[in-house]
Design a binder for this molecule. Structure first.
Ligand code: COA
Length: 394
């Protein structure tokens, strides 16, 4: 069948003037997860490039039928630089937003788009390409592993919680949460991220993005943190951290795109299938009825969560409550999401709330070049269990 795509489909760069509307429609047709009469799609608010704009080097490719110039597929790619816990750093090409119109699937168009975006990323200097998909997405998993030779790089869990008004949402008196100045946050992350298996090297750029609402530290008052009102220079921060503390940042996706529910279930609560921003099907998401009735809504993404000490469970609960309270004041935000690698030490401290849903996510990678020295080969390190999830790719 690949021949039919080879001969009938042209892959070219997206043209914002002529293609935006059609790509929007294509997205709406593709973003379906239908279970119990509910389907959710992404509203990119008129900007199909909204998820790759954060990266200076990015591309969006479309697949066009030669016979009638109909757009039947799309894929996005961007370049980023990552560091690793074993000291190496790499140029990585991220592939995201691959979609083929439901009426043109299994004709080799997805494969053709993948090959084309990989070629573009290779030309821009990518050593590896990287993508993520929900574990149960058989079509994309088969495409990536069998046809494109990707291997499993990391297994992660996405945690999703509706923003509601919890009765016990006040912070326990002994727990404090303080916002860090951006320079302190950058310094602290640069210091701590080196312990991750993989992390973006431009954390300063991420923290300075307008979608990043800030960085906070959560700690027990008796154990102290630092007095943020004094003229501390950033270098003092790490030496003054004690016992149990958690650092986290919050990203507001509502400003970039919205999720839109097509049809609502009449019952008070239900399990919906949610195909969200990064193509992952959020199966069994428990949405309260007021979320389901929203015409469109967004979420806050908790990122850069790092914790140290013995009593992380209590602190993590406070972090979630804090994010939830913050979300109540952010227009259209209805969910709190985070994603952690399976070996992230904090994963066992995520609050076990009855409203919390979990989705298994898998990252795949592929080497685009041959490595002279095997020590440099990222894919020979085995699965990366404790990775920094970049909010820009969510
Ligand atoms: C995943 C997707 C892009 C595949 O597009 P496509 O044009 O149908 O893919 P291709 O025709 O190039 O298929 C190539 C291979 O992928 C695998 N594949 C594709 N669809 C499949 C399916 N429904 N079930 C099982 N394997 C499938 C097969 O190995 C196929 O090769 P084959 O046809 O020779 O068996 C498309 O199904 C889609 O848009 N899905 C919704 C969005 C999505 O999930 N995107 C990926 C998220 S990262």
């Amino acid at each position: 069948m690949v021949d039919s795509a080879e001969n009938k489909v042209l892959v070219r760069e997206f043209n914002a003037d002529t293609d935006s509307e059609v790509v929007g429609k294509l997205e709406r047709n593709c973003d379906l997860g239908s279970k119990r009469g509910v389907s959710i799609f992404t509203n990119m608010m008129g900007d199909p490039c909204c998820r790759i704009r954060f990266y200076p080097l990015h591309v969006m490719l479309v697949a066009e039928l030669l016979e009638n110039r109909e757009l039947v597929g799309v894929v996005r790619g961007c370049m980023k630089h990552v560091g690793t816990g074993f000291g190496a750093s790499y140029e990585i090409g991220c592939i995201l937003g691959l979609r083929v119109s439901p009426t043109h699937r299994r004709m080799g168009i997805g494969l053709k788009l993948m090959n084309s975006v990989e070629e573009w990323l290779l030309r821009k200097g990518a050593q590896y390409t990287f993508l993520a998909t929900e574990k149960g997405n058989i079509a994309s998993t088969n495409l990536f592993t069998f046809k494109c030779n990707y291997v499993n790089l990391s297994s992660l869990v996405i945690f999703v919680q509706p923003i509601c008004s919890p009765i016990d949402d006040l912070l326990p008196q002994e727990i404090k949460i303080e916002k860090l100045h951006i320079d302190q946050a950058i310094f602290l992350y640069k210091n701590k991220l080196r312990g991750k298996d993989m992390y973006p090297t431009d954390i300063d750029v991420i923290l300075k993005e307008k979608l990043s609402l800030g960085t906070w530290v959560c700690y027990f008052e008796e154990q102290g943190w630092i007095n943020l009102n004094t003229e501390e220079n950033g270098k003092d921060i790490t030496s003054k951290t004690q016992s149990s503390w958690v650092i986290f940042s919050i990203w507001n996706t509502c400003e970039a795109y919205k999720l839109h529910i097509r049809k609502s279930h009449p019952l008070r609560s239900f399990h919906a299938t949610l195909s969200q921003a990064r193509e992952k099907i959020l199966s069994c998401l428990k949405l309260p009825v007021r979320v389901s009735m929203q015409s469109s809504f967004g979420f806050l993404f908790l990122y850069g969560i790092h914790g140290e000490g013995e009593k992380l469970g209590e602190l993590m609960k406070s972090v979630w409550n804090f994010a939830s309270r913050l979300g109540q004041n952010v227009k259209d935000s209805k969910l709190i999401l985070t994603e952690l690698g399976l070996c992230d030490p904090l994963i066992k401290h995520v609050p076990k709330d009855s409203n919390m849903s979990c989705i298994n996510d898998v990252w795949y990678a592929k080497s685009l070049i041959s490595h002279a020295d095997e020590k440099d080969e990222l894919l020979l390190k085995g699965q990366l269990g404790n990775v920094f999830v970049d909010p820009r790719e969510f």
